[in-house]
Design a protein. Structure first.
Length: 308
């Protein structure tokens, strides 16, 4: 079976944890133990988020630039490539401890977007840590934009829709050779075609949307969207709250879910199932074996009503 497994940001940094390499290494121990059995028995592609990491690197770059007059601002596509390499390396090392000599490769992945995507005029994608109001006022002088996230504020950046996985042929070759592939980190590096070449753009692509596109283009049998909750929950915070054990793309599109978290996963699952007729599952990383078996999480399949 060919599987695309999208790791949620909690696999590396949980809310409230310090942004450090050691914290990420420690958190990835559990992720690697959960994913290793999939890698041994299937063709496995792993994607991951990079929101906290790219925000961390942006702060480091900005601090360096502040000390040097005339220094250019580091664009998000370059910061995305840096964070993808860093996170891919950490994931690869954690997996290697579980898989022994099984081949693993991290591939920086460019993802084509539309230069005219309206997302460039309306930043919504949160990156980096949470800030207090006083900090926001100082950082806004850099031209950064912010949105409230709970009782804090986070920087938001453009998030255009992914259109094409540029390194798809290389990913296919690696899978055929039996390699576990870590790619499209943070949704991939956003690029546009210009003058016959690919040029990076200042944006961050949604990881779940890119994972669904990758799974579709790879003709994957299963898309796993892994997070820290047991699936999509309806009636949240009420006595009627329960896990949605199964859903169709049409029923998912009728739900009202948080756009930046579970909403993005639901939309990605719906799009993958609609276009391929194959299965997607949303649930906890710790439950990955049960998700694969179809006995846990929210299992998304196409039913007859979705064909009309």
């Amino acid at each position: 079976m060919r599987i695309v497994a999208a790791l949620g940001g909690n696999a590396l940094i949980r809310r409230g944890q310090p942004m450090s390499v050691q914290v990420q290494r420690d958190n990835l121990v559990a992720a690697a133990k959960a994913l290793a059995p999939l890698a041994l028995e299937n063709e496995l592609v792993i994607t991951h988020g990079n929101g906290p990491q790219i925000g961390w690197l942006a702060l480091q770059a900005a601090a360096w630039q502040d000390t040097r007059a005339g220094a250019e601002t580091t664009p998000l596509d370059v910061l995305g490539a840096e964070s993808d390499g860093m996170v891919g390396y950490l994931v690869e090392q954690a997996l290697a401890r579980e898989l022994g000599g099984h081949p693993i490769a991290t591939l920086l992945t460019q993802v084509r977007v539309d230069a005219a995507d309206p997302a460039f005029a309306a930043p919504t994608k949160p990156v980096g840590p949470g800030y207090r109001q006083a900090e926001v006022q100082l950082l806004a002088e850099r031209g950064w934009q912010f949105a409230r996230d709970g009782d804090q504020w986070r920087r938001v950046v453009p998030s255009p829709r992914p259109q094409q996985i540029v390194e798809l042929p290389a990913i296919r070759h690696l899978l055929t050779a039996g390699v576990v592939v870590i790619c499209a980190g943070g949704g991939g590096i956003p690029v546009v075609g210009r003058d016959g070449l690919l040029r990076g753009v200042d944006a961050v692509i949604d990881k779940d949307a890119a994972s669904a596109l990758l799974a579709r283009e790879l003709q994957a049998d299963l898309l796993l969207l892994l997070t820290d909750v047991d699936g999509i929950r309806t009636g949240f915070g009420t006595p009627a709250e329960h896990r949605l054990a199964s859903a169709s793309p049409r029923s998912l599109r009728k739900l009202t879910l948080p756009a930046g978290s579970m909403g993005a996963k639901a939309l990605a699952a719906a799009e993958f199932v609609e276009t391929t007729g194959r299965r997607a599952a949303i649930g906890r990383l710790d439950d990955v074996a049960a998700l694969l078996a179809g006995t846990s999480g929210t299992q998304v399949t196409r039913d007859e009503s979705d064909l009309s």
